[in-house]
Design a binder for this molecule. Structure first.
Ligand code: 3HC
Length: 693
């Protein structure tokens, strides 16, 4: 028997049916694929020549899950749960043969099979939680039956991929077969099942681990408690936990029904919409309309960094981690020594936590060279300047770099605000100059704004964008403007946070509203953490702003035990009566009659001006698409992924609502609120910025 459609094919060899799935790029379970698998399983059941079935995938991976692009659309084809039930109900043993990644619906499919084999490089996981949903086709009911409740909770709520060896150890896989010989290994395994007369092992019937957990509800209570911080704001993790609880407490079919009951509202909700949007947005950033994938890139095998301060050191670590040698240049020996010592200290701290091998500390430090001589930057493929934010100083540095760097080297500035075109003009090779704006701490934050200077060669831009993932960053291409995308929008929020406090809110009200919205912390807590005296000096302080007043009182943030907040010895913050008094006096001195703001009003005042600025950025072509702006905020500022980014959020509240407020504030407060033409157009047409909310 041989049957096929566009995405599945069947061939029978000596009693073993090979059911091959071929739906590039990742064998996602589209309607056609579900129909195909269900039909082929039906055929193998009916065919007396078939004694066992091997389910295997062509291409780079086993089934990587449901087809996310079908979500939210009218259902078509055989439902996934039904297809999996057909596999599990097959009268002939089905062996799933896994390579690449078996994820989500893909792992659920494999769990429907009676046996699972994999190559050592394979990984398995249920990443649905990352899309704001729970596994919706039996994953929450079958996985705990094999691996037990604790492991299932960890896997399902983290969405992490488990390597094959670990999956084998927990019984999720039955056997590993040699790399590159999956089909032969799986067929041999199927024959073994037949010759040994092994049973049709159905995961749905494995109840031992569920019974063991039934009398221990504290497992769930403890798990919720231990992870409360991590799950804050997200709906899906609680859904995952409840579904696994159902696996323990209900018979299989009722558990499946409960899983569906939890799945559906999550799938239709805004959080999942936002998280699915982010999944695709993260992949969109790589696509640059005028730079096709075929644009040549330059090799980057060595890197120079100018400046061994916090930023320079953090940037260096990204390259050292990727095995790329770095030469770091400083003006003074003591600064150079301090910078290198900090890098070493960071690595040693990571090693002390067991997250890095001591040998790796040695090898990474071995790739680092320090120098006081700009002449040491004559052979590197890429040089990144990370010095003080001063245009004249940067121009001098680039002029000097122009003299020493080799022909063809990429010259990048890590400036966070300054005009990269002006910096490029200080060299005789502006085509080689771009911005590479890292976010502090540069070895941790995932965002890299690649700033496209006007004269930069396409090859230079493409190289920086392709380099980003190699050093663990999400590269987003932005245009030259003050503060680029992220800091330009942040400035709006910062200005309004300060004004809100002058007009009637307290710093802790502002911070609480942003924290509850899902951000890691508000601007005042952040300032206290960073230190209020950055860029402040007693000599030049005019005692005008709240920040200046606080610094003059030696309330310089967490490090002095007081800032906008009071801190106890464990650095726990509490609202400060001193600051409260000071804020009231400050408003009075400015002649402002304070009024009260509810949380909604605070949020609008902080976020709507950011959205308006985002619209201006799009209008001016400083970001390619709205979703790129959202990725800047998610990867660089901790914007909650379940709210999709500021532009997605704008679409959930509607451009009309944002426009109305901007117009109101423009009249009442000032021209800085003038609505962007794009915002106005979106409000008039009802079109969205992202088209995804
Ligand atoms: N549905 C639709 N498209 C998908 C997809 C999916 N599940 N997974 C990947 N794609 C697309 C990507 O958007 C990308 O498209 P593009 O080339 O046009 O940008 C292309 O496939 C290749 O993907 P990647 O660039 O991510 O390729 P990698 O090799 O880096 O990674 C992967 C492969 C690990 C499979 C990664 O794509 C991934 O993690 N995919 C999502 C897995 C997932 O979340 N599965 C669960 C889905 S939900 C589910 O199954 C519900 C069920 O319980 C009912």
């Amino acid at each position: 028997m041989a049957a096929s459609d566009t995405v599945t094919s069947l061939a029978v060899e000596d009693g073993i049916a090979i059911l091959t799935v071929n739906n590039p790029p990742v064998n996602a379970l589209s309607a056609a694929l579900r129909d195909g698998i269900a039909a082929r399983i039906g055929e193998t059941s009916a065919d007396p020549a078939v004694r066992a079935v091997v389910l295997i995938c062509a291409g780079r991976t086993f089934i990587a899950g449901a087809d996310i692009s079908e979500f939210g659309k009218p259902p078509r084809g055989v439902p996934l749960a039904e297809m999996i039930a057909a596999i599990e109900g097959s009268p002939k043993p089905v062996v799933a043969a896994v390579h690449g990644t078996a994820l989500g619906g893909g792992l659920e499919t494999a769990l429907g099979a009676h046996y699972r084999v994999a190559v050592p490089s394979a990984k398995v996981g249920l990443p649905e939680v990352k899309l704001g949903i729970i596994p919706g086709s039996g994953g929450t009911q079958r996985l705990p039956r094999i691996v037990g409740v604790e492991r299932a909770l960890a896997m399902i709520t983290s969405g992490e991929q488990v390597p094959a060896a670990e999956a084998l150890a927990m019984g999720l896989l039955d056997e590993l077969v040699a790399e590159g010989e999956l089909l032969a290994g799986a067929v041999a395994f199927a024959r073994k099942v037949l010759t040994e007369g092994r049973p049709l092992r159905k995961v749905r019937d494995m109840n031992e681990k569920m019974e063991a957990a039934r009398g221990r509800p504290e497992i769930f209570a403890e798990f919720r408690r231990a992870n409360a911080r991590k799950f804050r704001g997200f709906d899906a993790p609680e859904g995952c936990i409840s579904a696994v609880e159902a696996a323990v407490n209900l018979p299989f079919d009722e558990g499946i029904a409960r899983e569906r009951e939890i799945f559906m509202p999550l799938m239709q909700g805004t959080q999942s919409k936002a998280q699915r949007y982010v999944f695709f947005a993260e992949r969109e950033v790589r696509k640059i309309p005028d730079l096709p994938d075929s644009t040549p890139v330059k090799p980057v095998e060595s890197v120079g960094i100018i400046g061994a301060g916090t930023m320079g050191g953090g940037i260096a670590m990204n390259f050292l981690n990727a095995g790329i040698p770095v030469t770091i240049v400083e003006a003074r020996q003591d600064n150079l020594d301090r910078g290198i010592a900090t890098i070493r200290k960071n690595y040693e701290a990571t090693a002390a936590k067991g997250r890095l091998k001591p040998a790796d500390v040695v090898s990474r430090m071995g790739l680092l060279t320090g120098s006081l001589d700009m002449g040491s930057l004559s052979s590197q493929d890429l040089v990144i300047e990370a010095i003080f934010e001063d245009m004249e100083l940067k121009k001098e540095t680039f002029a000097e770099l122009d003299r020493v760097a080799k022909t063809g080297a990429i010259l990048a500035s890590n400036t966070s605000y300054l005009d990269v075109d002006e910096i490029a003009a200080a060299t005789g090779r502006p085509e080689s100059v771009i911005g590479m704006h890292f976010f502090s701490p540069a070895n941790v934050m995932r965002l890299l704004e690649v700033v496209r200077a006007a004269k930069a060669d396409p090859e230079v831009v493409a190289t920086a964008m392709k380099l980003a993932p190699k050093i663990g960053k999400l590269g987003v291409l932005v245009g030259v403007c003050h503060g680029f995308v992220g800091n330009r929008m942040l400035a709006e929020r910062q200005r309004e946070a300060t004004r809100l406090v002058e007009e009637g809110a307290m710093p802790w009200d502002v911070d609480r509203v942003l924290f509850e919205f899902g951000l890691p912390m508000g601007p005042f807590a952040m300032s206290d953490l960073a230190g209020l005296d950055i860029g402040w000096s007693r000599e030049t302080s005019r005692g005008e702003t709240l920040r200046e007043k606080l610094c003059e009182m030696d309330r310089r943030g967490q490090k002095t035990g007081a800032g906008f907040y009071d801190y106890d010895s464990g650095r726990k913050a509490s609202p400060s009566p001193v600051v409260e008094r000071m804020v009231l006096d400050h408003s009075a001195a400015k002649g402002i009659t304070r009024r009260s703001f509810d949380d909604g009003a605070i949020l609008e005042r902080l976020v709507y001006p950011m959205i308006n600025e985002g619209a201006k950025i799009l209008e001016e072509g400083k970001a390619i698409r709205a979703s790129d702006i959202d990725m800047v905020w998610i990867a660089g500022y901790g914007w909650p992924v379940y709210r999709g980014g500021p532009m997605f959020y704008a679409d959930t509240v509607g451009a009309k609502a944002v426009l109305a407020k901007m117009e109101e504030w423009e009249t009442a407060i000032g021209p800085e609120f003038a609505p962007s033409a794009l915002l106005r157009r979106k409000a008039e047409t009802g079109e969205q910025f992202t088209g995804a909310a």
